[in-house]
Design a protein around this ligand. Sequence first.
Ligand SMILES: Cc1cc2nc3c(=O)[nH]c(=O)nc-3n(C[C@H](O)[C@H](O)[C@H](O)COP(=O)(O)OP(=O)(O)OC[C@H]3O[C@@H](n4cnc5c(N)ncnc54)[C@H](O)[C@@H]3O)c2cc1C
Length: 818
Amino acid sequence: MSVAIWCIATLIVLGALLYHRVSLRSFTLGTVVMLALGTLFSVFAWIPWVIAAIILLPLNLSFIRKGVIAKRILSVFRKIMPEMSQTERDALEAGTVWWDGEIFSGKPNWKKLHSIPAGKLSAEEQAFLDGPCDEVCAMLDDWKATHELADMPEDVWQYLKDNKFFAMIIKKEYGGLEFSAYAQSRVLQKLAGHSTILASTVGVPNSLGPGELLQHYGTKAQQDYYLPRLATGEEIPCFALTSPEAGSDAGSIPDTGIVCKGEWEGKEVVGIRLNFNKRYITLAPIATVVGLAFKMYDPDGLIGEQEDIGITCALLPRDIKGMTIGRRHLPLNVPFHNGPIQGEDVFIPMDFIIGGQAMAGKGWRMLMECLSVGRVITLPSNSAGGAKSLALVTGAYARIRRQFKLPIGKMEGVEEALARIGGNAYLMDAVTKFSTAGLDQGEKPSVISAISKYHMTEKLRQCMNDAMDVHGGKGICLGPNNYLGRGYQGTPVAITVEGANILTRSLMIYGQGAIRCHPYVLEEMEAAAVPGKEGLDRFDKALFGHIGFVFSNFVRSLWLGLTGARFTAAPANDSTAHYYRQMTRFSSNLALMSDVAMGVLGGELKRRERLSARLGDMLSYLFIGSAILKRFEDDGRPADDLPLVHWAMQDSLNKLQQSQLEFLENFGAIGSVLKGIMFPFGRIVKAPSDKLGHKISRMLMEPNATRARLGEGQFLSEKGPFGYVEQVLRDIIAIEPLHDKVQKAAGERLPFMRLHEIGLKGKELGVLSDEEVALFKRAEEGRLRVINVDDFDPADLLAGQAARDYALAQVGKEKSVA
Ligand SMILES: Cc1cc2nc3c(=O)[nH]c(=O)nc-3n(C[C@H](O)[C@H](O)[C@H](O)COP(=O)(O)OP(=O)(O)OC[C@H]3O[C@@H](n4cnc5c(N)ncnc54)[C@H](O)[C@@H]3O)c2cc1C
């Protein structure tokens, strides 16, 4: 055996051991076997043995490895570990790690993905979706609510309360519906697909707020009093955290609560004097109970020795002395109730703190824990519901609306926008299905909640822009006939709330993900905080596990890059197998890049937001890709859906690849080296092709099983605008061949307008029956209703004082005439 052959064989064997992440003992054994073979075949004498001994002996001898190496590194690590505030620590520790841990591992277990149970609706939940949900959608006239009343009508409010829409998260023992996360998501999807004001109003009490906080942390007395009242809508809650001076940086709220003595119900008690100024608070103008976050101090030591107690949450009844509440903000013409609240020297007893005095100072942690759940459900579901309705209605509109003698959806430019809406709607529903199934398994996935919130709201914005472009002026002129405008106006609200999107992408996703999802970093940090032998034992294990992890990911990235991941196992053998393989490859790349970034930049990575954002995008698209593949699997792999799966996967992998390349291109010389290792043949993933986009756009333009699955669960009754457009689509498709028949009989080309006249002509020519003529008439009425927009008497557009002045002037005119 020559030296070259031995070297290659050794590299392959040791590489394979690292690739498969064998234990240190097995790796050492493998090295010894290869050395023995080299000696046996007289390839070398003793030098490789010495080198191997220098490297492997200290690692295998605990007294050197732990007693010297790990000990030294631990003492340096303790000195350089970045300082973390309590609020950062609480945010970091909140929630659980779930599938996000798997994709960060560099070696996702796809069988595990398939074994996660899919979300299911109980009979009661299904009945709620088919009954009260449909009913309330049919009741709400969105134009009336948004333009005339700046509120939902009284009967809709009452219906929502009577049917416990505000109590989906409240347990049955308190009179709530206690729906699964999956069911809540389906309800919100349906409501959001009909009306933004409806979805926002129902979403908030079921998300982060008094109901959720009380169930988890409330005292028995608080739960017994408030939860039944919240369940029936007798109490309307809001939750006030944001202040004019503290928006994204919510941990720095300047609102204070000073522990002092005061009078409560005629007696002197120890309580809290609150001073606060809050804004943007959803439901505040009509709330009967206000959840308030403030910083609590005890300067006189009335309840203990700690002066600065920390962020605390309390519940305040609306009529409490000193609180000003009731004024409204107007959030982009989607007038769900939202407004400011101020309080001056408001005195509350200690038992107003959620969870009582024992929970004083624990408010931030409570909020972070609840956010991990609420943020997975509300905004992502509203966004996915919106996108599903947009996909159907825009596909239908593109078939109904004609220009240049063709349905506009047949123009290639429009096809591109339609394909994006269809592909994204499939993807978004996949994400909400997967992530809420996780919640129903008991997970509180904080990193996934940030991923879902950011990407679903951004994708809705993309879908909304595309839908507006396809609809042209029809989407722009507001009025009862415009089913898009208010949704478009309201889209940035979701971008801004529950962690504004730039901050969420730049700071939160990877900032939390790097530490929470990494298999060793959190353990290293925690071990470093534990003194003595236990700390050293834990640190040693985590540190050397981490080193092995880095080497393994290096080998995996190199091998998967060189082979294009062709030889990696995939749990499918159809056209989706390639996606599993590429995801495995990108997962190994992310794990390696992440360690390199943390190793090179340390705490500085937190400030390098653009790098951090790209690492977050990698994590996000690995999650989104998993959700798409999981949905296809759970749906029974219907072949007709493959165009949507291909589009969604190709778009996600392309974005994933883009984020990896951009990261490497902005990471100096190390980035260039890594790029050579990870992308030896350049870009490997392509954006979805025009051909694929064409298939999706055609699928959206006519009723079929895939389209029905895409819009599954949306409100499509003819009583609502989206259902009406569906009906018109069916009529237009039914008359298209009849229109051809009339053209043929008439021997001339006829325009696709004034269809009722064409129907009569067909009757005259003897090629249409009376029923078909009636169909032409109905199709024309529908077509005109779909493409027409509203116009107004100028006086109808006046609002506020201008409208009142105008009305008075009219009365004056009438009097003078009389
Ligand atoms: C309609 C509506 C309803 C709301 N409902 C509630 C409610 O019920 N209760 C409640 O307490 N609050 C509520 N909010 C407040 C909401 O959560 C805040 O608006 C949000 O946290 C952002 O704060 P801000 O608007 O002051 O923006 P700012 O904090 O001023 O941020 C402005 C921009 O800077 C970016 N940014 C800030 N810091 C960073 C950073 N470190 N890195 C990168 N980018 C950064 C943000 O992403 C954003 O793009 C609501 C807001 C709105 C508009």
